[in-house]
Write a new protein. Structure first.
Length: 93
């Protein structure tokens, strides 16, 4: 699913996030928040939830390719988390 190079792993470790957290959040009904064009590169910002209920913001490059590159991920702070939690719960069957 991802090109997990050492740089990507370093980024997620800094936020105490695991590879499994990111992969689960992006396979568990993530919400595409917006697409961003940076130079000639298209980036995708997703909000998703881990199996432990932790909400993540994840930025991907080449999200529609076979292997995506993780650019950034972080835990979601206060107000955004409250708003997203309502959206995620409303989108689950």
């Amino acid at each position: 699913m991802f090109d997990w190079d050492e740089n990507n792993l370093r980024k997620i470790r800094a936020h105490r996030i695991t590879r499994g957290d990111v992969e689960y959040a992006l396979s568990n009904g993530p919400i595409l928040i917006y697409e961003q064009n940076v130079g000639s590169e298209l980036r995708f910002v997703y909000y998703g939830e881990t199996d432990a209920g932790r909400l993540l913001a994840v930025v991907l490059r080449n999200a529609r390719a076979e292997f995506a590159s993780l650019l950034r991920t972080s835990s979601m702070p206060g107000r955004r988390r409250t708003i997203l939690r309502g959206g995620l719960e409303g989108s689950k069957p």
